[in-house]
Design a protein around this ligand. Structure first.
Ligand SMILES: [Zn+2]
Ligand SMILES: [Zn+2]
Length: 139
């Protein structure tokens, strides 16, 4: 069986062609797309795909920990199929969002928990700057 089909099933969701298309798309991209972007990329190739389906599917995925929702400060939610603890770095010039796997930031939850006595479940750590390719354009 297709690995993404099993993952959707393991999350307790029924597999539909639309759900599978959205999950496949998210697993194969690292651009942290919005619901709109997902819809535009899939509407022609996936029969029965509507923007409402995309929103409903993302909501169900989020509830069942198949995706995380991320707000990079550009006014819309973005989605990421990487649900492990990781941070993000955003280019304020081109708007690209990159994954950042840095041990120091991955352990920050424990440190903050010790400091505040909070029982932490989640965090969103986002860094902002200008990416190397935009820096090259400026020169
Ligand atoms: Zn950039
Ligand atoms: Zn990410």
């Amino acid at each position: 069986m297709n690995a993404n089909v099993s993952k959707i099933k393991q999350a307790g969701l029924k597999v539909t062609p639309q759900r599978l298309a959205i999950y496949d798309y998210l697993v194969n991209t690292d651009c942290h797309p919005s619901a709109d972007t997902i819809y535009k990329n899939l509407e022609e190739t996936t029969p029965g795909m509507s923007l409402a389906t995309v929103y409903k599917t993302l909501e169900a995925f989020k509830k069942n920990n198949l995706v995380i929702e991320l707000n990079a400060g550009d006014g819309f939610a973005r989605y990421d199929a990487i649900t492990e603890n990781h941070s993000h770095i955003v280019c304020t010039n081109c708007g690209r969002v990159y994954d950042l796997f840095l041990p120091e930031t991955m352990n920050i939850r424990e440190q903050i928990s010790n400091l505040t006595n909070f029982k932490l479940n989640d965090e969103r750590l986002i860094f902002y700057g200008v990416c190397p390719s935009c820096q090259a354009d400026e020169e």
